[in-house]
Ligand binder design. Structure first.
Ligand SMILES: Nc1ncnc2c1ncn2[C@@H]1O[C@H](COP(=O)(O)OP(=O)(O)OP(=O)(O)O)[C@@H](O)[C@H]1O
Length: 587
């Protein structure tokens, strides 16, 4: 994973960057703006009606005109409420549409980030980053457009109207409004870093909960509930502390605006009262000044409140921006074709390490001709799975080359590669969906007949027939409902349906009962019949079918050759394994 370049520079551009997501919803935003202008107009007109009502009443005017004015007030107030509802609906709609696109981009980006990144992050943390941070942004955007833009329009409207009414009071109002906004702008970034720390603490808490719940069996079986709760309390304490600090820094701008406003109201009232007492303005006009000053409160207070959301949103934007600027170490190539049929595999002097300090694979050099099957044996930690991870491009090699079908795998397009290469692991991941969806991995082009024929061939059919709804049976995410043998058959069926040309099989080390083992072995044999295979072997029985054997020790190939030749050579390591029923040697 490459570290982000110019993060500081990009952070300052977070807002501009986020506004790009609003481009596709610009039509709706234009409509929103029109509705905001309408509601601002309504809000400005009603005090004018009340002013005329007061002046007419004070001058003992006709009842009919008073009733007319009251009716106009009522109609405008109702219309204003209806437009306000529409504005709120549209504001949320715009915010969700814009941020959903960002959510999708973040998820897609994370799915492409390399394993070095994912090894450092828990799924819970990723959920917080992909959804939690973005939800904060969407809350802000929904409100931003409606409240911040609306507030500015209303503020400008009140000040313009006031300048026509009385420029002295308008100047006092404008001065205080400008000062309030200047203070808010000046201190607006105060809480951003603290909010970012708050989001990180909350992401870590989610990660902790997710990790412990995923390992619930181990936690319960080992009596580790107390330990988990201890860690949980510490994580919550961090969330509380960072949250409190962020909250305190966020409420400062809000309180500042409240104090400013109190000064503004007092000044306007004093000037207005003086003008009224000296006979320069009517009672209705005094009401109007007071009402317009009161109306300043809402937009200024909303601006202050929005500063809090803005800080949360900005920290979310920074974090999302940072995530999107990470580049996967695994870059896609351009080659989009591989030869038909079983694939040729070459490891050309490959070296690999997870951490620079510790080499895991040393000078791995071997060749598999199309259709051949290789059995890899070696003690735990000798590097067997690392070979398969390299072949699947979950990591890049440090040096050397891996060629599949004659092409360096770094030059291949992901789709070209993963369409032809399959892997069966010991852990079968089930997704929330029907059995059919789980077997085809949501590929609806695979016909039911083909699925059933494959399950029949692989011995999974009796299991499916015993299910109440057959292929339509709903499976829960995880995999707890399958036994170890069923899970393996399931995984084999899944790969079988993709018709791979190269398959990597990580055999289960758990002991299966003889009947299941025989079914499984028959299924494996069928799968390997039509493709090149690499079997990470935990059982000697599997090795009877392979063509080549590789013995790994501490990341080095200590033996590689034809299975029959090595078995016949009494000095070989493999022969000694066969002689002593040495399952424990490499299980
Ligand atoms: N994600 C990782 N980060 C750092 N080191 C790792 C990682 N995965 C494996 N290793 C280390 O690399 C070495 C080889 O691991 P690998 O999983 O390839 O062994 P293996 O032969 O497949 O073992 P097993 O039979 O137990 O699955 C081990 O020392 C292991 O601790």
């Amino acid at each position: 994973m490459r570290s982000p370049e110019h993060v500081n520079q990009t952070q300052s551009m977070s807002m501009t960057w986020m506004f790009r997501y609003l481009v596709p919803v610009k039509g709706r935003m234009a409509l929103l703006l029109v509705l905001l202008l309408i509601t601002t107009g309504f809000q400005l007109v009603n005090p004018q009606i009340v002013q005329r009502f007061i002046n007419t009443a004070a001058a003992r005017g006709a009842i009919a005109s008073l009733l007319n004015l009251a009716a106009m007030y009522l109609v405008i107030a109702v219309c204003n409420q209806l437009v306000t509802v529409a504005v709120s609906y549209l504001g949320n709609d715009v915010a969700w549409r814009a941020t959903n696109q960002l959510r999708a981009n973040l998820l897609q980006h994370c799915l492409r980030l390399d394993m070095r990144f994912h090894n450092l992050k828990t799924p819970g943390e990723m959920i917080e980053r992909i959804d939690g941070d973005v939800t904060n942004m969407s809350n802000f955007f929904a409100m931003f457009i409606v409240q911040i833009v609306g507030s500015f329009i209303l503020l400008a409207g009140i000040l313009v109207v006031m300048f026509f009414e009385n420029w002295v009071i308008a100047t006092v109002m404008a001065g205080f409004t400008a000062l309030s906004i200047a203070v808010m702008v000046f201190i607006r970034d105060l809480g951003v870093t603290a909010s970012q720390a708050e989001r990180q603490a909350s992401a870590s808490l989610f990660g902790l909960i997710e990790e412990r719940i995923a390992g619930i069996e181990d936690v319960q079986a080992n009596g580790a509930v107390g330990y988990v709760m201890n860690r949980f309390h510490r994580a919550m304490h961090t969330v509380f502390q960072t949250g409190r600090r962020a909250w305190m820094l966020r409420v400062i701008p809000w309180n500042a605006t409240v104090i400013m406003f109190t000064f503004a109201v007092t000044a306007v009232l004093l000037v207005g009262l003086h003008l009224y007492l000296t006979g320069k303005v009517s009672l209705g006009a005094l009401y109007l000044y007071f009402q317009y000053t009161q109306m300043l409160n809402d937009p200024i207070e909303q601006l202050g409140n929005q500063m809090q959301d803005f800080q949360r949103a900005k920290s979310g934007m920074r974090r999302s921006r940072e995530l999107l600027s990470l580049q996967s170490e695994i870059q896609e190539g351009t080659a989009d074709s591989l030869p038909d049929g079983p694939l040729h595999v070459v490891f050309d002097h490959v070296n690999f390490s997870y951490n620079p300090a510790e080499r895991v694979l040393n000078d791995i050099h071997f060749e598999l001709r199309p259709g051949e099957c290789l059995g890899i044996v070696g003690r735990t930690g000798s590097g067997k799975s690392s070979i398969s991870r390299l072949l699947l491009r979950l990591y890049n090699v440090d040096s050397g080359t891996i060629r599949v079908g004659g092409t360096d795998i770094r030059d291949l397009k992901f789709e070209t590669m993963y369409r032809r290469v399959g892997m069966v692991t010991q852990d079968v991941q089930l997704f929330d969906g029907t059995l059919r969806d789980n077997l085809t991995l949501f590929n609806h082009s695979v016909a039911d007949e083909e699925i059933l024929k494959t399950t029949e061939t692989l011995g999974l059919r009796p299991w499916i027939d015993a299910l109440p709804d057959g292929l339509d049976t709903h499976l829960a995410a995880g995999g707890a409902s399958l036994s170890a043998g069923e899970a393996q058959l399931f995984a084999l069926t899944r790969v079988f349906l993709t018709k791979p040309s190269l398959v990597i099989l990580d055999e289960p080390s758990s002991r299966l009962d003889p009947a299941t083992e025989a079914t499984l072995q028959a299924a494996v044999d069928q799968l390997l019949e039509h493709c090149t295979g690499i079997v990470i072997a935990h059982r000697l029985s599997t090795l009877e079918r392979v063509d080549k054997i590789m013995v790994l020790r501490h990341g080095n190939i200590v033996e590689f050759g034809d299975r029959a030749t090595l078995a016949a050579d009494s000095t070989s390591y493999f022969a000694s394994l066969l002689k002593s029923d040495a399952r424990e040697e490499f299980a």
